[in-house]
Design a protein around this ligand. Sequence first.
Ligand SMILES: Cc1cc2nc3c(=O)[nH]c(=O)nc-3n(C[C@H](O)[C@H](O)[C@H](O)COP(=O)(O)OP(=O)(O)OC[C@H]3O[C@@H](n4cnc5c(N)ncnc54)[C@H](O)[C@@H]3O)c2cc1C
Length: 353
Amino acid sequence: MRTQVGIIGSGPSGLLLARLLHLQGIDTVILESRSREYVASRVRAGVIEQGMADLLREAKAGERMDREGLIHEGINIAFDGRLERIDFPKHTNGKVVMVYGQTEITYDLMKAHIDEAGGIVHYEAPAIRVEGYDTESPRIIYEQNGDQKELVCDFVAGCDGFHGVARKSVPADEIKTFERTYPFGWLGILSDVPPVKEELIYANHERGFALCSMRSHTRSRYYVQCAIDDKVENWTDDAFWDELGRRLPPETAENVTTGPRLEMSITPLHSFVAEPLRFGRLFLAGDAGHIVPPTGAKGLNLAASDIYYLSRALITYYKEKRTDLLDRYSESALRRVWKAIRFSWWYTSQDKL
Ligand SMILES: Cc1cc2nc3c(=O)[nH]c(=O)nc-3n(C[C@H](O)[C@H](O)[C@H](O)COP(=O)(O)OP(=O)(O)OC[C@H]3O[C@@H](n4cnc5c(N)ncnc54)[C@H](O)[C@@H]3O)c2cc1C
């Protein structure tokens, strides 16, 4: 099989890249190790910045987001029993954030790219490795229905997340990695209850950090910092709500509507950057190249920023035969990545909040 851009991974990075390239007449094939249903139901990010919202609109997959997403013009910081609001437009020349779940974004991109445009995604087809990335015809070796197959491409986009194979296809001496694991985890609950406040609340408390977030007017996402070795089995729904309440100012805690969990999970907090993000004709994008702790709500937005640079570089190559943007991809993407890594580290560090 042959394509112009072979994409490993059909998370937000892979789908968004495929969609933007498709709109410019560039062929792609996505290889995804999981099933479509599994990818569509993964609960993750929920806060998207203006840049990502604009990119979804450019991908013609932003219509539902504009209809159903919640625009937030600020956040609240809780500490010492107080609640203080930060006004985004006032401090960022009018920019706002949008609350719209990653599952919804994935659904919209699948619908636009696969169902409506006929884009090719092979589900349950895990890539095993990338070969010949320093040649003009890199290849992705993958498995499908028990057979080993090969996808020959002009370029390979490694959009396969932190545990993917694209980064691991590069010899260790060609790649530099930077890593920090935080000594605590994040216990999150998703529940069909109205959010305690119309905007997010980040709470600093001696018992640990807490976040009141949401996915819609009727679905809330709350987090409390927990021990790194804690287990979901240790937490009943009531225990979670009690602990959340203890970490919020009393008048806020009184207004929390509690309910049964739709989902509960513990996320380890981790910062990671790989340098560079380009190896010949192999490009890393999104979580394949970097991870931030979810505290700062930057991961998905960084993935979109990578795809912004990568899609423009590939489109310029195919339309104008120019390689300068491909040559600058790693440097341009990493400049933004390091700023977000620093911000997320600062925001996650207990003593700095
Ligand atoms: C609990 C939680 C909350 C978060 N909250 C936020 C938030 O509020 N805001 C924010 O911006 N970010 C947030 N993030 C981060 C965000 O979810 C990620 O940054 C985002 O999913 C990255 O997208 P991606 O497409 O690069 O990678 P992924 O979403 O990880 O997608 C990679 C895809 O590649 C597939 N794959 C892996 N290996 C292979 C292989 N060998 N072959 C083929 N396919 C493969 C995987 O199955 C997956 O579908 C959160 C993350 C978590 C875990």
